[in-house]
Design a binder for this molecule. Structure first.
Ligand SMILES: [Zn+2]
Ligand SMILES: [Zn+2]
Length: 396
């Protein structure tokens, strides 16, 4: 067993220029979901140049393998997501998206670059025991990429016994890491509400059952679920994000139907169950009170992301060594956003870490904002932290 002799952040700084260029190239050519042909090709070119073993076509993603001493002894999985978002970028710097309606608005270009830089460093230094598995995942943004990789045998084909993932966090300063035990990202559910009334002449509403009025009452009442049914010490969000009814050219026609869509975010299964039950009651009984009918379709997408206590504690120790005690944040509020790394955490113990990306002079632009960009200064910190998790396992 060889001891880590230095701080991998310093070791990776000399690679920074190379991986900044790599990251910016991905940023300029964003790809979405499972359609990551160019992105994966770029990753593969690097892996080949570094002589790193890799396995393609694992549920649309790929896994690179780097052996340390005693490779059978343990396997650590490090996951980076590679996909961009279907949104229009509003930046005009040189590496801005060259494709209309697509943007790396969540920094997955940076995550991919950091995992590769980590692999580059580990491959050259090999100061660790066990095996590092670099998991390059497609379709994190609602596409089911983690599930697809798991279904395709991620944990059977590779002897991974713990998993970690890193997400850049725009509200956190550069050089800081947030690591907590328990819930870190929310469960994400989707709701579809269909209201059926009776259409007719807008001047004779008594002859109709107006689904627009029913929709208005349902929207207001759903907010009372969070305000009145839920324990104030638990967190939840119900957002109705789309309403569709009537024809915008027909000022005198009451439509027959109305549809709404939205999302529910929770951390605890019992809160999630309560909201699902109350939403169903509110939707059907409000419609009934107006003589209409309504149905709720409630679809659970991702469960809450829960960090394993022992692995989060281990990650904290590693981060404290690399970043300094003062830069480890243990009480950053969990996010109402969702994360499909959850499915990997359901299979193996591990933790999801959030790394600061707010520079001293930059202004905070949150994820999924059309003016967001990954901060390249994060690369040595993030890649160094991932490498540190691999090197320090012997000392946990
Ligand atoms: Zn995102
Ligand atoms: Zn993301």
């Amino acid at each position: 067993m060889k001891k880590p002799i230095n701080n991998p952040i310093e070791g990776i700084r000399r690679l920074q220029k190379e991986y900044v260029a790599f990251r910016r190239d991905l940023h300029a050519h964003p790809e979405i979901g499972f359609e990551l042909t160019r992105t994966k090709q770029k990753v593969i070119e690097k892996l080949i140049a570094l002589n790193i073993e890799f396995h393609d076509h694992i549920g649309g993603g790929l896994v690179a393998v780097i052996h340390g001493d005693n490779p059978e002894s343990r396997g650590i999985g490090l996951r980076a997501d590679m996909d961009a978002l279907p949104m229009q970028e509003e930046n005009n710097f040189d590496h801005a998206s060259t494709i209309r309606g697509r943007m790396h608005g969540c920094g997955h270009d940076g995550h991919t670059a950091m995992l590769l830089a980590c692999g580059h460093y580990l491959q050259e230094t090999r100061r660790f025991s066990g095996t590092a598995y670099l998991i390059f995942q497609p379709a994190e943004e609602g596409g089911g990429g983690a599930k697809a990789m798991i279904r395709d045998g991620l944990f059977e084909r590779f002897s991974i016994d713990r998993v970690f993932a890193l997400h850049n966090w725009p509200s956190l300063s550069l050089g800081k890491v947030a690591i907590q035990t328990g819930a870190v990202m929310a469960a994400c559910d989707r709701i579809f509400i269909d209201i059926e009334g009776r259409g007719g002449h807008a001047a004779h509403p008594h002859l109709t059952i107006d689904p627009v009025v029913v929709a208005g009452h349902i929207i207001t009442a759903t907010q009372s679920i969070v305000a009145r049914n839920q324990d104030p010490f638990d967190s939840a969000v119900i957002s109705i994000c789309g309403v569709e009814a009537g024809n915008m050219n027909a000022m005198n026609v009451i439509p027959r139907t109305a549809r709404m869509i939205g999302t529910v975010r929770t951390f605890k299964p019992q809160v999630q169950e309560m909201i699902q039950k109350r939403l169903h009651e509110v939707v059907t009984s409000i419609a009934a009170a107006f003589g209409a009918t309504a149905t709720l379709r409630y679809i659970t997408i991702d469960p809450a992301t829960i960090n394993d206590a022992a692995q989060a504690t281990f990650a904290k120790k590693v981060a404290a060594r690399l970043f300094g005690d003062d830069n480890i944040i243990s009480d950053l509020k969990p996010s109402m956003g969702a994360e499909d790394f959850t499915y990997m955490l359901q299979r193996k113990p591990g933790a999801y870490l959030r790394i600061g990306q707010l520079g001293a002079t930059s202004r905070e632009t949150f994820l999924h904002n059309s003016e967001y960009d990954f901060n390249d200064e994060v690369i040595p910190y993030g890649a160094g932290l991932l490498a540190g998790l691999v090197e320090d396992i012997d000392h946990e």
